[in-house]
Structures are given as structure tokens and as C-alpha cells.
Design a binder for this molecule. Sequence first.
Ligand SMILES: [Zn+2]
Ligand SMILES: [Zn+2]
Length: 451
Amino acid sequence: MRFQNLARYPDIGSNSYLIEFGETRAVLDAGTHPKHTGLDTLPLFDRVEPGSLDAIFVSHPHLDHIGGLPVLINQQPQAAVIMSEATRDSGVALLHNSVSVMTSQKRELMEPNYPLYSHRQINEQEHLWHTRSVGESFSFGETDRVRTEFFRAGHVPGAVGIRFEHEGETTFYTGDVHFEDQTLTRGANFPTGEIDTLIIETTRGEFPRDPEYSRAKEKQKLGETIERIISQGGSILIPVFAFGKTQELLLMLHELRDEGVIPHVPVHIGGLSTKMTTIADRHADMDGRFHRDYQILEEFEDLQILARGRSEPEFHPGTIYALSSGMMSEHTVSHRFARRILSSPKHALLFVGYADSETPGGRILAAGQGGRIQLNQDSPHETPIECEVHRFDFSGHSPRNQLADYAVKCNPKKVILVHGDFPAKTWFQEELERRLPHSEIIIPRPGEWVE
Ligand SMILES: [Zn+2]
Ligand SMILES: [Zn+2]
């Protein structure tokens, strides 16, 4: 097996990897980078000879894994595009939304290459997308057949890790993974046998998780914060990714209401999150989902949906706003709505997921209550942060010790570290070199080949 890192930058974003088994070639994921714009957001697709791929695999529908897919398909129209059913359904909707975001960015950032693809292109390419289920064994490639199987990754509904077997050699790509159960998604169910090459995510490698942490305690803390803010007449903004985290949060709020921890107050979600929730509900009976009988959109009491054509919800006191995007990127509903919440110490901004330090969400977290924040990159105007700011750990990624334990169990000849900032990858490298003294632990640079 040969591997090439197609990520353009050494950190998380524009995740994409070329793998070759003899004559058979595939790309794993085709993401865009949230911190860059224009062509710089794309992986190094130009390193892959046009028309040369047999397959493109998508592990899950977050934009750092799927955002560049239409561009790659354009260059590789012969390739079979393979993913889970939930990833296909939500991926199509997310890519259409991304066309709309890029179209508004084109004007504001004067970015001549935006949008990188069109609604029409997505519609025309959709028939190339094939779905496979977890546990189903299949193969791809013309001359060198590669046995392939998806495994539940526990990160978001439908997220998978992918195992390849070729000439007695096993390669496993984790994608984004969580081994523990979340409210909506059951933890990963990864293969336990020996693996020759392990390509593993390292998102949380920089910091250990508090050994006292439990998800139940964290949920209780979230509930108590919400209760306190609502009882003082404030409102709450919770920035969330439209797919995965929105549905996780709604189910958590549903449980917290049932347990009597929080009052029954209206919860607003945006248009894209509504679409994503419809898809999650449609796949409610899928493998690895909890609350299988619960249809969120129909059954969640007092769920307010942002009307079509409106760019942000109306502001009301005593209300929860669960709006995407999770990092409050510009041109998204959570970013447009932010000023409403930032303006008063009665309100609160609660983070429940990952926010890169260079995004508006990450900058607000760093500045904290009493700080000031430049909300729009191209305007020098600073907004004071009057509201409370809190962070809760409901990460969809495994803590580092669990990932390292998994790598040790697989006892691979080579471990390729991906999807992490430099300090995160370095921790894994040192940890795994110590615990797997006979394995080679590799941090591939952008564009680098691994034999
Ligand atoms: Zn993800
Ligand atoms: Zn990711």
C-alpha cells in the first residue's frame, strides 16, 4: 500500500488522502479548510492524475471531509463515490448549502473562484454516489480487487471507519471517531484484529481529558447553566454543527426536560439544521442510534424552525437558540445572531463542540466574558462580550488515551497520524513510539508519500 497526504495544510481541514493498492487507487475524504478561502480551501487534488482514481470514499458529511467532493469528482468522473446512506443524504444537503455560503462570500471577500461548484453540478454528480452499509463486505478496483468494509465510527450518525484488504495486507482508516456512546450515536465498533497500516485521527491529542469527566455530569452541568440563565430572564445561544451536534443537543435537551432539570422553553433551530434533523429522523432505525422511536422534528415540544427566506430568528427572552455553524463562521446563522446574545450579561453563549481558535467562535472562547471580539474579519469594529461564555465537553471525538489504546491493540507495522494540529500529532507520536516500539509512527507532511 502506498499513501499520499493530500491535505494542503498540516492542521485539521481539507482532509484528503490518496491510497494505492497495486494498480488500484482511491481517495479517502475530500474536505475543505474552514480557515482559508477560494482554491486554498481545497486539498492537493492536482497531485492526483485526472481520471486515475477507482474510488472516492467519504467517511462522514462534515465539510472538512466532504466540502471539496464535487471538485474532485469533476477531475475524476470515472471514480465510484462510496459512503454510507446517512452520509449521502446529509452530504448532498450540506454541499448545496455550501454553494449558497460561497456565493455570498464571493461578493464580500471578492473571491473570484467562488462558488467552487454549483447546485447543478451537485445534482448531476449525485448518481455517481453509491452507498454501503456497516458490516457489508464489498470490493472495488479493476485489476487489483480490494476487499472493503465499513465500521461504525460513533462520531455522527452514519460516520464510518474503513478497512481495506489487499494481498493479505490490512489497512484501516478511522475517519473521525468516538468510542463512547453519545446521546444519539452509539460509540464506535472498530475491528479488533491486527492491522498492518493504521491511519488514525488525532484531534484531541494535545490535552488529556479530565479523569473526573463523565458525560452524564457534563450534561447535568449544562442543564443547570441553562436553568439559571432562563430563570434570570436571559436567552441562550448554543452554536452547533447542523449535522450531528444539533440532533445530539436536541435529544439532550429533551432528556433534561424529562428529568426536570430545565424548564420547557422554546428552542429555535435554523433551516439547514431542520433539513439535517429530517435526515437523522429518516434514518432513526439505523445501526448505532439511540432513541430509535423518537422523531425529533415531530415530537420535540416547542421546537421553532427558522422560516424560509429569513436569515436569523426573531429574538425573544427566555429562549434557547441552537444555531449552526458550530464555530460561528461568518455568513452562518449563529454568527449573524451573535450580537443579540453578546450584548447583555443576562444572556449566555454556550459551546458544546469543537471551535478552531481562529474562527469567531474560538476567538470568543479565548476572549471570554468582559473581552472584546472582532466579529467580522474585514471590519475593524470590535464588539464587547457582555454575556456569560461557557464551554462544555460533548466532543464527538475520542479522548487521546482511548485512541492510543486502540492503536496499541491493533499492533500495526505503521501508524499514520492525521486530522490533528501539530502538538496533537506530536503527543501521539511520542506515546505510540513508547508503547509500540516495533512500529513506525509517521506524521506525513502535506503532499508527502508513505510507502
Ligand atoms: Zn467530523
Ligand atoms: Zn473532521
